[in-house]
Design a binder for this molecule. Structure first.
Ligand code: KIV
Ligand code: NA
Length: 258
């Protein structure tokens, strides 16, 4: 899956699927299953590194995980998030750091948070032929301003302006996070590039979930999340069984011995 194929899915009316992954184990499972795109999200900061927000993760850490995922994936479009403060300073900083992601990871695109306010930066990246996805609605990197990451964004005029600004600036797609379903529907109808929703209802051109959340690994359970498995429970039970087996000398048995 490359960027033009991803964009064309909208005109073809084919819903796009995206999940986040941060390592070769999960990325290869998702790729084998046939997901269209794998996002190395800066949610890495929370689900992998254990921070409370996405603010601490560094560009070098994003590149480290981005390279692993891009190398592990055969078919899906790999997108890497530009982390907090790696692009907000200037469009020059954004081009330099997005350039590092492309050179050092092999990813097919980058993502940044913002619409109107990031339009000039998106334009600069597009001028360099660096495919960029925008992210409007609830923007986790703006948590200090928004107050909390669960704050549903309802300003229709602002959201539409952000989406249109991102499209005009040259973004190839836009993530819509935590916005009312009817606003996501309007935006999806008013722009020609694919919208990828998370907590944005069923009218988006595609959907994205955080992998560890949808597998039931992280314990995060907001209203918008459908858990497709309870991997945490399976792994917990397996670990408890292993401990009991070793302690009771049930493992290893003859079949596991040389
Ligand atoms: O970092 C992330 O996981 C994301 C998705 C929620 C879209 O940006
Ligand atoms: Na992100």
């Amino acid at each position: 899956m490359n960027v033009p194929e991803f964009v064309d899915a909208k005109a073809a009316g084919r819903p796009l699927t995206m999940l986040t992954a941060y390592d070769c184990l999960w990325a290869s499972i998702m790729d084998e299953a046939g997901v269209d795109s794998i996002l190395v999200g800066d949610s890495l900061s929370m689900v992998v590194q254990g921070h409370d927000t996405t603010l601490p993760v560094t560009l070098d850490q994003m590149i480290y995980h981005g390279e692993i995922v891009a190398r592990s994936v055969k078919k899906a479009l790999v997108i890497v998030d530009l982390p907090f403060m790696s692009y907000q300073v200037s469009s020059r900083q954004a081009v330099k750091n997005a350039g590092r992601i492309f050179k050092e990871t092999g990813a097919g695109a980058v993502k940044l948070e913002g619409g109107v306010k990031q339009a000039r930066t998106i334009e600069k990246l597009a001028e360099c032929d660096l495919p960029v996805m925008a992210h409007v609605g609830m923007r986790p990197q703006s948590v200090r301003k928004l107050g909390k990451m669960s704050a549903i964004q309802r300003d229709e005029e602002q959201l539409l302006a952000d989406a249109k600004a991102a499209e005009s600036a040259g973004a190839f797609s836009i993530v819509l996070e935590l916005i009312p379903a009817d606003i996501a529907k309007t935006i999806s109808e008013e722009i020609s590039i694919p919208t990828i929703g998370i907590g944005a209802g069923s009218h988006c051109d595609g959907q994205v979930l955080v992998g560890p959340d949808m597998f039931g690994l992280s314990g995060f359970q907001p209203k918008f999340l459908k858990k497709y498995a309870d991997v945490r429970k399976i792994a917990l039970e397996a670990t408890i069984e292993y401990i009991a087996d070793v302690q009771s000398r049930k493992f290893p048995d003859e079949s596991h011995s040389h």
